[in-house]
Design a binder for this molecule. Structure first.
Ligand code: WTA
Length: 681
């Protein structure tokens, strides 16, 4: 029950107050008053964000903090000019961090003899600056990349990824990063929508000691693009694993050849970008099969990221910070690359699996570099906590002072384990809520607030000052404490997406039209606020799954399934999973002439792997049924299907879909249940 959790954290760490708040010792009412002022009074809200903007570097200062004349197309720091690459490198060097470590990269391969990783690379801020300048030079001079071009990246967790990101920002070009667990079709769809003519990839990637190929997937994507009339002109390939790879002389170029003959000390001036220009797009899943290109700004994104990185992670000069996400997702964009570098931190980046060569790899990394601030996902915690405690106990994790999580709700049990074993019951920890669209964290439990807001395991803490979020009913009215409702953001904030790339109408329809006449941003989540004002995000309210923290739409899975010749219909539902949070469970109706078999099940999984990617395919359960129950208006009865797979009786499904007769539902329930028992038996 929300609100009744045991309070396990009540230390007030005066040493953990973010620098700009360090002269403040918050009292409960004091903080609440301050928080309220930043959300109730528009001017105070603008002042709060402007104070953070003032700390950043700008080629030209803004004329106006917020232009809200054309909602929901809010514009922040209008008239200002800056550049993410400049903030992350040039500006750091100007502040005296030239020789400070910016990035520590550890490759996956492990040397059993020495008991050490085979490869570790360290980059100072000067190294990042120098190398990203060389990358930018080659992109501009050899591949004719210009301001405004969008490049698609399909890269694993190797240092070239952040370097190419910085190079692209430097040129005022933009990136669209496709997670390296996605399929050829997913790359093609995104590259085409973004109008990319260049893809940057690698020959392969190390994963759990094996070599997986990436380049052939890009080759396939290029073919799909060509069939649809979109030409990918160049593919830059980083040699990571060195395996044999297919080669097309006309298009392909090795990264190391591209970087040949760069003039010494080449410098490319960072483009002065308008605050309201965009820095990148990142495609994310929604309730239809077509992914949405969340388009992020330059200035507003930088300010929101800077403020939250400073306050919620409290990063200081002697910190070693590690976020375990993949840069292919928004968490990696914001909190491995742009955010930590913007505050001058040392950021750790690890290439491989958490359990390779053994389930203690992560804990060894924390000890090896003396990580002080840690950011990970609940699914990883749940996976690692299954192993004997010795795996974590044998390492010195005493350096950790802050450890947050993100991506999905954290169950109290996992939180307690994390707090106890990683945090030794002596840290600030919380579940920070945000999403691709918000650009940065919007809630959390930040250092300095420990005493006044004791931590409750599983909660998302309190919204960040300046962020107005509410739990609303169907009509957009606030729900009383303890009552579940829709989680919405009711006023603008700097890091918010600007729009959906090339699709402003979809932006309005998807996010801003949920609550009748009220112009609120609908997150797609359910949440509840407890009587103390803490937020508990309960999970998605729409047809989006979080599989091991990765976001995927049920419609994407369904539309992939029906592309297979044997499949007539498919309905995908999230099934609760103790480690992954949720897994895709696909009810599948076969076309006449096909009959259910283990081989066909395997084939369909292979089909999912090639159409969506291993991410979904490896966890998906495919169940053959004779029908997918639908309402009279043709909508899949998802609640009923959910009840069936979770073993709930039909009577437990309190509200059935609109317009479904009980007899009809009962019949469908029985049919599906019997089919399921057959499949699972
Ligand atoms: C979920 C990830 C509960 C939520 C940064 C949201 C969370 C979706 C949390 C966005 C959290 C993220 N507690 N749920 N701390 N963080 N979520 O776009 O359902 O991959 O809508 O961004 O993840 O996922 P996305």
């Amino acid at each position: 029950m929300p609100g009744t959790e045991e309070r396990i954290y009540d230390e007030f760490e005066t040493n953990l107050i973010p620098p700009s708040w360090r002269d403040r010792i918050w009292e409960k009412e004091d903080f609440r008053k301050f928080y309220e002022s930043t959300v109730k009074d528009r001017q105070a809200m603008e002042n709060w964000w402007e104070k953070w903007a003032d700390e950043l570097f700008w080629f030209k200062k803004w004329d106006k903090v917020l232009d809200d004349s054309n909602p929901p197309f809010y514009r922040w720091f209008v008239g200002g000019e800056t550049n993410l690459a400049y903030l992350d490198t040039d500006w750091q060097i100007a502040q005296g961090r030239k020789n400070k470590l910016a990035l520590i990269w550890e490759g996956e391969p492990w040397d059993e003899t020495s008991g050490q990783p085979k490869e570790v690379k360290k980059f100072t801020y000067y190294d990042l600056y120098r190398e990203s300048n060389a990358f930018a030079y080659c992109l501009r001079e050899k591949l004719k990349v210009q301001k405004g071009d969008i490049l698609t990246f399909y890269l694993p967790m190797i240092p070239e990824l952040p370097l190419y990101m910085l190079a692209v920002q430097r040129l005022g070009a933009k990136h669209s990063i496709v997670y390296s667990g996605f399929s050829a079709e997913a790359i093609a769809q995104r590259a085409q929508d973004a109008g990319s003519r260049i893809i940057i990839t690698a020959d392969g990637v190390y994963r759990r000691g094996r070599i997986l190929s990436l380049k052939p997937i890009v080759d396939e994507a290029i073919k799909i693009c060509a069939q649809n009339g979109h030409e990918i002109e160049k593919v830059v390939v980083v040699k990571r694993t060195g395996q044999e790879t297919s080669w097309n002389e006309a298009k392909d170029i090795w990264h190391h050849d591209l970087l040949k003959d760069v003039p010494k000390n080449v410098r490319i001036e960072a483009q002065r970008l308008g605050s309201e220009d965009f820095s990148y797009i990142l495609y994310t899943s929604g309730t239809t099969a077509a992914p949405k290109g969340a388009q992020h700004s330059v200035g507003g994104y930088a300010v929101g990221l800077y403020a939250t990185t400073k306050c919620i992670f409290d990063l200081r000069d002697d910190d070693i910070y590690w976020c375990t996400a993949d840069i292919g997702w928004v968490t990696g964009h914001s909190y491995i690359v742009y955010g930590p570098l913007m505050v001058g931190a040392t950021s750790v980046m690890y290439e491989g699996a958490p359990d390779f060569p053994g389930p203690d790899r992560w804990w060894s990394i924390i000890e090896r570099y003396g990580v002080t601030v840690f950011y990970t996902a609940p699914t990883a915690i749940r996976m690692l906590m299954k192993f004997p405690e010795e795996n974590v106990k044998k390492y010195d994790l005493s350096t950790i002072r802050i450890a947050h999580s993100v991506g999905e709700p954290i169950n109290p049990e996992a939180f307690r384990w994390y707090y106890k074993h990683v945090g030794r019951e002596d840290i600030v920890a919380s579940s920070t809520w945000w999403m691709t669209e918000t650009g940065h964290m919007l809630t959390g439990h930040f250092p300095g607030l420990g005493k006044i807001f004791p931590l409750k395991p599983g909660t998302n803490g309190y919204p960040f000052p300046g962020i107005t979020m509410k739990v609303l009913d169907d009509d957009g009215n606030p729900c009383p404490p303890g009552v579940r409702g829709y989680w919405a953001i009711t006023s603008p904030y700097p890091g918010m997406l600007m729009t959906l790339y090339k699709n402003p109408q979809r932006y309005i329809d998807t996010y801003w039209s949920r609550f009748k006449d009220k112009m609120y941003f609908y997150t797609g989540d359910f949440a509840v606020k407890d009587p103390d004002g803490y937020i508990w995000v309960l999970g998605r309210a729409d047809d989006v799954l979080k599989v091991a923290g990765h976001r995927i739409g049920t419609a994407e899975v369904e539309s992939a399934m029906i592309k297979h010749p044997a499949v007539a219909e498919a309905a995908c539902i999230g099934r609760t999973d103790p480690v992954k949070g949720e897994i895709p469970f696909v009810f599948t109706v076969l076309k006449q002439g096909y009959s259910p078999s283990a081989e066909l099940g395997k084939e369909l999984k292979g089909h999912l792997r090639s159409t969506i990617g291993p991410l979904v395919a490896s966890d998906a359960v495919i169940a053959f049924v004779d029908l997918v129950p639908k309402t009279r208006s043709g909508k899949i009865m998802r609640r009923l299907l959910r009840a069936v797979i979770h073993g709930a009786a039909l009577g437990d499904v309190t509200t059935l879909e609109d317009g479904v007769a009980i007899e009809e539902a009962t019949k469908a329930y029985d049919v599906v249940k019997v089919a399921l028992e057959k499949t699972e038996g």
